[in-house]
Write a protein that binds this ligand. Structure first.
Ligand code: SF4
Length: 196
């Protein structure tokens, strides 16, 4: 459910304040490489649609970065179509739904050069530790999160990161049942807290 009017210009800031780790990773890879492969574009593009980015703003967002490495015509021919596709404007006009955590964790394992997937599941533990420290987590917090990762509780690990950044979720993390089911849920919960 969109939380309001989100424009392309807002994404850099939002990615820092309110995106879960999987989407932060896609965003920064896209900004540094000016490109994302298909799996990353699907995961990220549908998430952005889910946060309330309109089709027009989505095209503006993707085009501004892709045209750093290709001309506008090539972008329009190769990429506009697939973005319109996510919004159900092309092909079978299916209205694609943003991916859930389970889908991201269990399908389409990322390979070398891919940035999609769930960092809690797919990142090397040392790299993940660095990413968590980069979120401003203290050593103790990083260790806690890594315990959940070690136990295979990836979504709980993600929810714990949320709590360390934003404060307790309802009821707190009393057991491993409390977690996010969806990256868009993480975003909405964060956005709500920062914009109330
Ligand atoms: Fe993204 Fe879900 Fe993994 Fe968190 S648990 S990083 S929201 S896929």
């Amino acid at each position: 459910k969109p939380v309001g009017e989100i424009t392309a210009d807002m994404i850099d800031l939002l990615s820092k304040t309110s995106f879960p780790l999987c989407m932060q990773q896609l965003h920064s890879a896209f900004r540094s490489n000016h490109h994302l492969r298909h799996g990353g574009r699907m995961q990220y593009g549908l998430f952005l649609k889910g946060i309330g980015l309109s089709l027009e703003e989505a095209i503006r967002f993707w085009k501004s970065e892709f045209t750093k490495i290709m001309d506008g015509d090539k972008f329009d021919k190769q990429y506009s179509y697939s973005i319109r596709h996510y919004y159900g404007k092309e092909g079978r006009k299916a209205d694609y739904t943003p991916y859930s955590c389970i889908k991201i964790i269990t399908t389409n394992t990322p390979g070398v050069g891919d940035f999609h997937g769930c960092p809690f599941k797919h990142s090397d533990p040392d790299v993940l530790r660095q990413k968590l420290a980069g979120q401003g987590l203290k050593q103790e917090g990083v260790d806690q999160v890594m315990q959940f990762v070690k136990g295979g509780h990836y979504q709980v690990a993600c929810a714990r990161v949320f709590e360390l950044i934003h404060g307790s979720l309802s009821g707190g993390l009393i057991d491993v049942e409390v977690s996010f089911q969806h990256p868009n849920q993480y975003f909405e919960e964060s956005y709500k807290r920062l914009h109330k």
